[in-house]
Ligand binder design. Structure first.
Ligand SMILES: *Cc1c(COP(=O)(O)O)cnc(C)c1O
Length: 488
C-alpha cells in the first residue's frame, strides 16, 4: 500500500502529490484499451457472478494506490460493462458519445462548478444560458423572450413542464386550489413516456388525471381524438390542464402531429398548456435534412430535449425550454442564504431561481464543447444517418417473410417479431446477449411480444443489422415450445 501520509494530498488543488495528470492519463489509457479491444457490446456476464465479485471487495481496506484501484475496476466493471458504441448495441435509447463531450465532462468534474448560482459557477452559468437560447432559437421560440434550464433527463424535464402547466392552470381558475387540483386533466397518447404519468402522480393530480388520447394506424396521436377527449373532459366538469405531444415515442420513434395538436390547444376557451416531449426527436433540431419533422413545436409552451439521446452526449444532459421566460416563475423560489430576491433585482443570473435542483452539474459544458468543435450540422448528420439506417432495416425486415414488422418510425427504431411464439422471440433476445452477439430490446404491442432495434450508432451498418436478423431467425426457429421457460 502506498497511502499518502496526509489525506489532503488527495485533493485536486494543484499542491498535493496526488497525481492528477498521471492518474487521469492512466484511466484514459485503460478505457481506451477497452474501447480498442471491444469485441462485443456486452460480455454476457451473469449478474449473480458479477455481484459476487463486487460484494467481495472490502471497502474498509483501500488499495491506497490509483493504479491498483484502476486494475481492480477494469476487472469489476469495464470488462463486463455495456458498450453503446459497439455496432451491435441495438437495444435502448443510448448513443455512442462524441469525444469533445467526454473531454468536457472531465473538465466539468474537475472544476466542479455548481450551476445553481452565479457565485458557484461564474461563466458556467453564462454558457448554460447561451445554450438554452441556442436551443430555443432552433425550436422556433424567440430567444429574447424564451428561457429554460438544463436538467438531469427527460423525466425531470417532463415533471418540470407539467409542474409549470399545473400552476398555470390553477392560476387561471377562480376555484379553490385544492378543489381545482382534483379536476385537472392531462392528455397524452398511450405511447407517451411513462414519466408523464409519474409526474401527474407526483404533482398530486387525480389518479385518472392522464387521459389517453387515441392514436391512428401509424401510432400518432389523433387530432380529432384529442379534440373529443378535451371536450368530453370539460363536459364532465374536469379542467383541461395540458396536452403532451410526443416528438419521437420511446417505443416506436413516432412523432405526434404537433401542428394540428397546437391548433386544437389554441382553440380552447381556457388556457391549455402544450408540452412537446422531444426527448428523443430533439436531435432533429440539428438535422440538416429533417428539421421539418418537428414543425409546430414553435407553438409549444414548453419542450423537453434530451441531449444524451440524439445529440451523442454522455448521460446526463437534458433541458426544459419554455416559450416565455415568465412562465418559469411558477417554480421560482428565493432562499435568503442562496439566491435572495435582491440578487434577482440586481440582474445576477442564478439558475436555481427556476431549476427544480439546487446543486447541479455543469452538464451544458459538454454540449458547448461539442458545438465548438464539431458544430450542430455534424451532430444532425449523425442523427440523419441512423434514421436512414432504420429505414433500410425496416425494408430489410419487411421483405423477409419470417418476420412481421410494425409501421416504420419517423426516427431510428424498428419494431418487429419473428413469426412464432412470444417465447421464441424472447429466447432469441436472451441468446443474442448471453452469447455476446448483440444487444436488442423487446416490448409488448397489443398483448404480443415484439423485438426492437433502437439505432443510434452511425457506425452500425445494414450488414450488422442483417446478421443480427439472421441470428434472431436462427434462435427463434430452433426454439421449440417444449423448451420454453417463458409464458407465451
Ligand atoms: C427517454 C425518454 C424520456 C425520459 O428521459 P430520461 O432522460 O431517460 O429521463 C422521456 N420521454 C421520452 C419520449 C423518452 O424517449
Amino acid at each position: 500500500m502506498s497511502l499518502l501520509p496526509d489525506p489532503a494530498d488527495h485533493l485536486l488543488d494543484g499542491r498535493g502529490p496526488a497525481h492528477y495528470e498521471r492518474d487521469a492519463i492512466s484511466a484514459v489509457g485503460m478505457v481506451s484499451a477497452r474501447f480498442g479491444n471491444c469485441t462485443a457490446a456486452f460480455s454476457g456476464a451473469d449478474h449473480g457472478a458479477l455481484r459476487r465479485d463486487v460484494d467481495a471487495v472490502d471497502l474498509e481496506r483501500p488499495l491506497g494506490d490509483t493504479a491498483a484501484a484502476l486494475r481492480e475496476l477494469d476487472d469489476l466493471y469495464l470488462r463486463d460493462a455495456v458498450y453503446f458504441h459497439h455496432p451491435r448495441y441495438l437495444a435502448h435509447l443510448n448513443c455512442p458519445v462524441v469525444t469533445p463531450a467526454v473531454v468536457a465532462d472531465a473538465i466539468a468534474s474537475a472544476v466542479n462548478s455548481s450551476l445553481d448560482t452565479w457565485d458557484q459557477s461564474g461563466g458556467g452559468t453564462l454558457i448554460e444560458q447561451r445554450l438554452i437560447g441556442w436551443t430555443c432559437e432552433r425550436l422556433g421560440f424567440d430567444p429574447q423572450l424564451a428561457d429554460g434550464v438544463f436538467t438531469s433527463g427527460g423525466t425531470q424535464s417532463n415533471l418540470h413542464a407539467l409542474y409549470l402547466a399545473r400552476e398555470h392552470a390553477i392560476a387561471a381558475q377562480s376555484a379553490d386550489r385544492v378543489e381545482a387540483l382534483a379536476r385537472l386533466r392531462v392528455f397524452a397518447s398511450a405511447d407517451s413516456h411513462f414519466s408523464v404519468r409519474t409526474a401527474a402522480r407526483l404533482l398530486g393530480l387525480h389518479p385518472d388525471a392522464v387521459v389517453t388520447v387515441a392514436t391512428d394506424q401509424h401510432r400518432r396521436m389523433r387530432a380529432d381524438g384529442l379534440r373529443a377527449a378535451i371536450t368530453a373532459a370539460r363536459t364532465s366538469g374536469a379542467i383541461p390542464m395540458a396536452v403532451v405531444a410526443t416528438a419521437g415515442t420511446t417505443d416506436f420513434g413516432v412523432i405526434d402531429p404537433v401542428r394540428s395538436i397546437a391548433e386544437i390547444v389554441q382553440e380552447q376557451p381556457e388556457p391549455v398548456w402544450l408540452h412537446v416531449d422531444a426527448a428523443y426527436g430533439g436531435g432533429l433540431l440539428a438535422s440538416p435534412t429533417r428539421r421539418h419533422l418537428l414543425r409546430g413545436i414553435e407553438h409549444a409552451h414548453s419542450a423537453t430535449v434530451d441531449f444524451h439521446k440524439s445529440f451523442f452526449q454522455p448521460v446526463s444532459a437534458s433541458a426544459i425550454l419554455v416559450r416565455r421566460a415568465e412562465w418559469m416563475d411558477a417554480g421560482r423560489h428565493h432562499a435568503d442564504y442562496l439566491n435572495p430576491v435582491r440578487m434577482a433585482r440586481a440582474g445576477i443570473p442564478n439558475q436555481v431561481d427556476k431549476s427544480l435542483q439546487t446543486t447541479r452539474r455543469f452538464d451544458a459544458l459538454k454540449l458547448w464543447l461539442t458545438l465548438r468543435v464539431m458544430g450542430a450540422e455534424a451532430i444532425g448528420e449523425l442523427f440523419d444517418r441512423v434514421i436512414e439506417l432504420a429505414d433500410d432495416a425496416y425494408q430489410l425486415i419487411a421483405a423477409d417473410p419470417r418476420f412481421e414488422v410494425l409501421a416504420p418510425s419517423d426516427l431510428s427504431t424498428v419494431v418487429f417479431r419473428y413469426a412464432g411464439s412470444d417465447a421464441a422471440n424472447l429466447v432469441a433476445r436472451e441468446q443474442l446477449s448471453a452469447n455476446a452477439e448483440a444487444m436488442i430490446a423487446s416490448t409488448t404491442v397489443d398483448g404480443r411480444t415484439f423485438l426492437k432495434f433502437t439505432l443510434l450508432n452511425p457506425r452500425t451498418t445494414i450488414s450488422d443489422v442483417a446478421e443480427v436478423v439472421e441470428l434472431i431467425a436462427g434462435y427463434a426457429s430452433a426454439h421449440l415450445p417444449a423448451q420454453s421457460s417463458f409464458a407465451s
